[in-house]
Every structure is written in C-alpha cells, then in structure tokens.
Design a protein around this ligand. Structure first.
Ligand SMILES: Cc1cc2nc3c(=O)[nH]c(=O)nc-3n(C[C@H](O)[C@H](O)[C@H](O)COP(=O)(O)O)c2cc1C
Length: 427
C-alpha cells in the first residue's frame, strides 16, 4: 500500500530530530584533532602556536605522533568484553583511568581563565591534575578550585631555598605526587614563537596587532587582572608581570649546574611518589632509580626541547625493559587519541600523561573544552580496549601490539655511555 506523503514527511522529520540539535561544534567534535581546529579558530596565531609549536624544525614533535601511528594492534576477537575496567593503581593511588593531566604552564596566554577552568574540569572528571611551576596561577589558587587529586611539577631552580619552599607548599596543598622536570636546563628554541614575536616581552608586529584586534575576546582575557606572570613565584621574584618574572628566572633561577645529586636532596624532602620527567634513555632511567625516584616520565616535552630527540614511543621499549618492575613508567608526548593511550600501555608504560590534548580543549572552550577532551579520550580508550579484547589495564602487554624491531635497538648504531669509566676515573 502506498504511503501517505504527509506521514512519510512527518516520519522523516522525526528521524532528523531524533538525535536532538547540536549547535555547539565542541559537543560534536569527534576527536582531539577537531578540538585542536576549534582552538586554532579561536586564538590568534601567536597564542595558538604557544601550545601547538615545538622546537626548531619540530622533527621530534611530528615523530611523537607519527611513530605512535607505527604501532599496530593485534585484536583478540570473541573475548568476553561485557565488563571492561580501565581503572588502575599507581604507587598506592587508585585512578579511574590510566592517564593523568600533565603539567602545562602559561595557560593564561591562551585567554580565558588559564589553568583555573582546567583544574575544575579535572575535579569533575576525577582525574589527577598536575600543577606546573610555570602556571599562571599560584598552586594555592588552583588548589582552591580543585575537587580532585593534585600532583605538582617542580622546576629545580638555582635557589635551594625557593625549591624547598615550593616542595613544602606542594605538600601543604595535598599534592599526591611530585614530578621533577629535568629536560629544561635551557629553553628550546621555538621557531614559531620567534616568527610570531612571541617572546617575553612580546614583540609588537603589524601582524600580531591585527590578530589581537580580530580576536578581541582573547585580548580582553589576557588583559584581565591579575597581570599574567609565574604566580608560584610571586613572593620571590621582583616585579609583578611575566616580563619581570621571566627576567628574574633567567638571571637568578636558571640552574646550569644541576646534577643527579640534587634529585637525592629532593628525595629527602618528599615522602610521596617522586617522578622524574624527561627521560629518553635507559641510562638516565637507571640514574633516576639510583637517586631514589619511584618513577620516570618517558618524555621529550612534546618535542619542545631538544629537537631530533627520539619520539617517546620509540624510546619506551628499551627503557621499560631496563627498569622492569623497579620503577613506575609514565608515558608522555604525542598522545592524541584513546588508542595512543592503549598503545603506550601495551608497549610498556604503567600510566600515560596528556599534554597538548587538554591544552587544545582549554584553548577551545576552557573548562568545558577540557571536559570534552577527557570525554573523547575516555570513549576512545574503552572502545579500543573492547575491540582489542583487553578487559583490564594490567592485561595490556606487548602481545596486543606490533611495532618496529629497531625500537629495541636492532639495526641502529648506538654506543653505550662510558658511565662506568667516568665513575672509576673520579679522584
Ligand atoms: C604550552 C605548554 C606548556 C608546557 N609547560 C610545561 C611545564 O610547565 N612543565 C613541564 O614539565 N612540562 C610542560 N610542558 C610539556 C608537557 O608537560 C608535556 O610533556 C608535553 O606537552 C607532552 O607532549 P604532547 O603535548 O605532544 O602530549 C608544556 C607543554 C606545552 C604544550
């Protein structure tokens, strides 16, 4: 029987509206790459590049992502996946998911509230939020907004007094882990920032003046008080804005004589989990262990420091093999999908730390943007686990993936460091 055209039009309209209307592109962004595009649209180039850019030719930044794509899954079909559990336990902390939000400084440069919205989002999602020493809000100001676990990331400045004070304050706000970043003895040279005049102080060029006018919301947000600076140091540094703070840090706090003995000092001051961030070789992983650290971040700072460092995923297998069960291995750099998280865990990490992924969300829409990013990653993570046939995080191992043999050292000329010789020669 022929259908009445009116009723079929009504049925069609019903079908169209069944899924509801989505007017906010963030709500329908299916991937971190889509969120990145929204961030790019919202920000002037000079601000977007602060997050997106990396050092020199950005070889390492690109390889972080492309090498993760080299890891392929080996699915195990017809496994009972009615109950996939992505929770995990790391050094006594039970986590709802196998990843944490890593330290990103300078978040007010992307406009909005900077780290404040992000720490609120972390609380709502109950994911550890790592406060950076270079954050634009003081750790106490962030702790006031936090309803979830906090970790604190420390830069080892020249002044032992300032470092001891930062550690004491991190304890006072209830930080559950201390992350010491060791790959910034010198700041990487970021070509994009140079081209954009994005130094501290910024260089005003016709291009960025025009962009500031075209992005008035951003311009208003960065001009809102308090003046943008490194507020964790506000009682220590001279001046009250990023320019004077940066000058002070470069002149009085940069530490070019730092060695592993300083990590032993930190160990004496911190009872909780202590992680060293920026490890790319088994040798340094072993040094971190000797200095008393509980774990390491296999990380190249998202390619923002030494360009042509290996991608983190390429460095991971040999480091994971070298430390075995003696240390917690946290993977960082290049994570853009839930699949990436699963890959890193399968190759040998115990936990993953995300960087730009949440930074793009924060840049696109503050708290709401970060929540969207976590939602995307959670969904992709569970989907990948289910499709793989892995129902628990600690079931993930190398049998679920394949990746180039060269990452275990084959076919690559790589001489061991002459560490033992140096140690014997010391007078
Ligand atoms: C804008 C920005 C600021 C960062 N600030 C810090 C910081 O203050 N301390 C730190 O240890 N790492 C910092 N990082 C590095 C991240 O913690 C992380 O190692 C890196 O983003 C990982 O790479 P991915 O973004 O590709 O995942 C920063 C990264 C970005 C993009």
């Amino acid at each position: 029987m022929a259908e009445n055209p009116l009723s079929s039009a009504v049925e069609f309209a019903k079908m169209l509206t069944a899924g509801g209307f989505r007017l906010d592109p963030l709500d329908s962004a299916p991937s971190i790459e889509d969120v990145r595009r929204l961030a790019k649209r919202r920000l002037p180039t000079m601000a977007f590049d602060i997050i997106d850019g990396a050092s020199n030719h950005e070889l390492t930044r690109e390889e972080n992502v492309s090498d993760l794509r080299e890891v392929r899954f080996r699915p195990r079909w017809l496994t009972d996946i009615s109950n996939v559990d992505v929770s995990t336990t790391i050094d006594g902390q039970t986590l709802e998911r196998p990843y944490v939000m890593g330290p990103l400084g300078l978040q007010r440069m992307i406009g909005g509230e900077g780290e404040l919205g992000a720490v609120r989002a972390a609380g709502k999602a109950n994911i550890p939020f790592t406060i950076s020493t270079a954050s634009n809000w003081a750790m106490e100001e962030l702790a006031d907004q936090a309803t979830g676990p906090l970790w604190y990331q420390l830069y080892m400045y020249k002044s032992e007094r300032i470092v001891a004070n930062l550690i004491k304050r991190a304890k006072a706000i209830g930080s559950e882990a201390l992350v010491v970043t060791v790959d910034v003895p010198l700041n990487g040279k970021r070509y994009r920032d140079h081209r954009n005049g994005m130094s501290i102080p910024p260089r005003i060029t016709p291009q960025n003046a025009l962009e500031a006018i075209r992005h008035l919301n951003w311009t208003r947000a960065i001009m809102r008080p308090p003046a943008i600076g490194f507020r964790n140091l506000k009682d220590e540094v001279q001046g009250n804005n990023a320019v004077s703070h940066q000058e002070f840090v470069a002149k009085y706090l940069a530490n070019l004589t730092l060695t592993w003995e300083s990590i032993e000092d930190v160990r004496r001051q911190w009872d909780g989990p202590l992680y060293i961030k920026g490890i790319l070789t088994p040798e340094d992983a072993q040094r971190a262990h000797k200095a008393g650290a509980d774990g390491i971040y296999v990380s190249n700072h998202g390619g923002r420091q030494l360009d042509s460092s290996p991608s983190s995923i390429r460095a991971l297998p040999m480091i994971a093999d070298a430390v075995g069960d003696r240390m917690t291995v946290i993977f960082d750099s290049g994570v853009r999908t839930g699949d990436d998280i699963v890959k890193a865990l399968a190759v040998g990490a115990d936990l993953v730390s995300i960087g730009r992924a949440w930074g793009y969300g924060n840049a696109a829409a503050g708290e709401k943007g970060v929540l969207r990013v976590l939602d995307i990653l959670d969904g992709e993570l569970s989907l990948a686990m289910g499709q793989l046939g892995a129902t628990r995080i600690n079931a993930l191992d190398r049998s679920f993936v394949e990746y180039p043999e060269a990452w275990h050292g084959q076919g690559i000329h790589r001489e061991p460091e002459p560490t033992a010789v140096t140690e014997e020669v010391t007078p």
